[in-house]
Write a protein that binds this ligand. Structure first.
Ligand code: CDP
Ligand code: MG
Length: 140
């Protein structure tokens, strides 16, 4: 029953997709346990994506992720990590399944609208990157 971290990236906020994406989360039965709107500094974007440091897309990704406001979400519910990644779709919108967020709204492999943790370990570290424990609703 671990929580996962979701992010609505700057392209999603800019294009007013926040409501649409929150609806998809609610309608899927996942549980919203924490939410913030913020604008990442370049430094924080670098830290958040440190695992990708040195890759060809890293610099551009950091610029993009600090280019405007984002919404960070603590998402709970049974199997939340997998289920949120299923809702998002594959990294490359062109390869993502129909009816996924990235397929519907992504415009490039970089500007793919949403982020989701990929394992229980990363979920834990990524949630604590943005939320204190008392900023997340307890599991019922
Ligand atoms: O986000 P996801 O876990 O699906 O993919 P990732 O491999 O962890 O990459 C993190 C993010 O970097 C992606 O969501 C894209 O925004 C970006 N990326 C990119 O711009 N070009 C790539 N070839 C791969 C990833
Ligand atoms: Mg990833």
């Amino acid at each position: 029953m671990a929580n996962t971290l979701g992010i609505i990236k700057p392209d999603g906020v800019r294009r007013k997709l926040v409501g649409t994406i929150l609806s998809k989360i609610e309608n899927s039965g996942l549980i919203l346990r924490g939410m913030k709107v913020l604008h990442l500094s370049k430094d924080d974007a670098e830290k958040f994506y440190a695992v990708h440091e040195g890759k060809s897309f890293y610099k551009s990704l950091v610029e993009f992720m600090s280019s405007g406001p984002i919404v960070v979400l603590a998402i709970g519910g049974h199997g939340s990590i997998e289920r949120w990644r299923d809702l998002m779709g594959a990294t490359d919108p062109a390869k993502a399944k129909y009816n996924t967020i990235r397929r519907e709204y992504g415009t490039s492999i970089e500007k793919n609208v949403v982020h989701g943790s990929d394992s229980p370990e990363t979920a834990k570290t990524e949630i604590s990157f943005f939320f204190r424990e008392d900023e997340i609703l307890p599991k019922e």
